[in-house]
Design a protein around this ligand. Structure first.
Ligand code: NAD
Length: 454
């Protein structure tokens, strides 16, 4: 077996660097070290752990320029987005404070009897992360897991090993030894963690297909699981929407991160009465978003992570055109490694692009005369991560009928403060964020005590 993991720049296919794969036979030893470290880590108070986490995040801040550059080079996103992604990790103290608050023991008492509900660490958590937001997707799971008193072994995507290593190394300048470790490798490395009886919890972010395999393997030892999976997010544009704002949102949310975003807008349902004007605005605005390498300050859309993923996007575009979709912009003459942002009009449910996750910079428009049918079509996806609705009079009622985990009404999805990141249907299982989400990194324990009459 090749014992090196090679990282390639997706913009030109050239080797950036290589690092050793973690030998599979060392993983059980690493887990043992993690178990020992976890006992000491859990014995600290919440405030002591939060102190470590805050200082560790400060180290990420100190290394921000190198980490962000590596993120751009290895994953392809523009430097501004890469800096934003790493900056998001600097708020670790605030997240950890939310976790502490969410895990406060709860007490129920009556005269002579008291019940306490406690939220205890689970042990060693494996966090398995994807390449599209390699820093933040790992971070979103690592911080609550550590704050709750668990130790963590991160298995990053084999597409982005270098930036993941740099992020973990920065945190480990402060964290006690073996509280956070990293396993570098591919599917077999992820499987080794999932199959270990000594791993208590899997926090997975990635595709629906892998999520199902992990759920199946994890069932052997009934591991606790959070699965954050793919999406096919719809945007519904009502006839009284602000066309200008909505078109701008539609473009950006479809092509951000080159469309390689779980909450990317993958389907747009627009009222026929405003559709011509809306599609014209899409065609006007898309010209503002250039393709280019991560270090090109004028570029918004980067390369596609690898040729397999690029081919899938091109297949979806070709299939849609073959089945009658109208090409409004882009769609052909793509430079090697890139997909030119593309607008397709007239998407119908029989097209692959209407059902499967495309994960590319494609803006897909379906015109509707009947809002009920548009909602039915939006809800027909196997996924149910997010959705957006733009409009006024019936915007709330429309949003209430969408079977997804997160909805943005006249805005992008997400929330204020300590909120869940949650999918419906096959977009996920369990979730993080919010007091209920933080509890998923813990074992609930009930203790009832009688004080007299014994
Ligand atoms: P992927 O499923 O191919 O891989 C994710 C991780 O799982 C990688 O580290 C990989 O090595 C590992 N892995 C693969 N097979 C495994 C197995 N059998 N056992 C254990 N580990 C295994 O996903 P990807 O291509 O890296 O990421 C893209 C997907 O992630 C998209 O579907 C996207 O929608 C989804 N995603 C979801 C969210 C969310 O919050 N819901 C966020 C980001 C990405």
């Amino acid at each position: 077996m090749d014992d090196m993991l090679r990282s390639y720049n997706p913009a030109d296919g050239k080797l950036i660097d290589q690092i050793p794969k973690t030998p599979l036979d060392t993983i059980p030893y690493m887990i043992r070290e993690s178990k020992e470290a976890q006992l000491k880590w859990a014995a600290l108070s919440f405030d002591e752990r939060i102190g470590f986490i805050e200082k560790a995040a400060e180290k990420v801040g100190l290394h921000l320029p190198e980490i962000a550059e590596l993120l751009g080079r290895e994953m392809g996103k523009n430097l501004k987005s890469a800096i934003g992604e790493v900056k998001g990790c600097l708020k670790a103290r605030r997240t950890a404070e939310y976790v502490k608050e969410g895990l406060k023991p709860q007490v129920r008492s009556k005269p002579g009897i008291e019940t306490v509900i406690e939220y205890l660490p689970l042990g060693v958590c494996a966090i398995i992360s994807p390449w599209n937001y390699p820093v933040s997707m790992a971070h979103w799971m690592i911080i609550p897991a550590l704050t709750a008193g668990n130790s963590v072994i991160l298995k990053p995507s084999e597409e982005t090993p270098l930036v993941s290593q740099a992020y973990v190394d920065a945190l480990n300048e402060v964290l006690p030894k073996n509280v956070l470790q990293i396993v570098q490798g591919g599917i077999e490395h992820g499987s080794a963690l999932v199959n270990s009886p000594d791993i208590a919890f899997i926090g997975f972010t990635g595709s629906k297909e892998t999520g199902k395999k992990i759920m199946s393997s994890a069932s052997k030892t009934l591991k606790r699981l959070i699965l954050e999976l793919g999406g096919k997010d719809p945007l519904i544009v009502l006839n009284d929407a602000d066309i200008d704002t909505t078109a701008r949102f539609a473009i950006i949310n479809s092509i951000e991160n080159s469309g390689q975003m779980c909450i990317a807008t993958e389907r747009i349902f627009v009222d026929e009465r405003i559709a011509d004007e809306f599609v014209q605005k899409l065609a006007d605005y898309i010209k503002d978003y250039k393709i280019g390498t991560f270090d090109d300050p004028d570029a918004f859309v980067g390369p596609i992570i690898n040729e397999k993923q690029r081919q899938l996007i091109l297949d979806h575009i070709d299939d849609a055109i073959a089945k009658g979709a109208k090409l409004i912009y882009g769609g052909k003459d793509h430079p090697e490694h890139f997909v030119i942002p593309t607008i397709l009009d007239g998407i119908t449910d029989d097209m692959r692009i209407a059902k499967e996750e495309t994960f590319g910079p494609v803006v897909c428009v379906t015109r509707y005369n009947d809002l009920d049918k548009a909602i039915e079509s939006a809800n027909s996806a196997e996924y149910g991560l997010g959705a957006s609705v733009f409009g006024h009079q019936y915007v709330q009622e429309t949003a209430d009928r969408l079977n997804v985990g997160m909805i943005g009404i006249n805005t992008v999805i997400g929330g204020i403060g300590d909120v869940p990141w949650v999918g419906a249907k096959q977009s996920g299982f369990g979730y993080h964020g919010s007091p209920e989400g933080h509890k998923q990194f813990t074992q609930t324990r009930l203790k009832t005590r009688v004080f007299n009459n014994i």
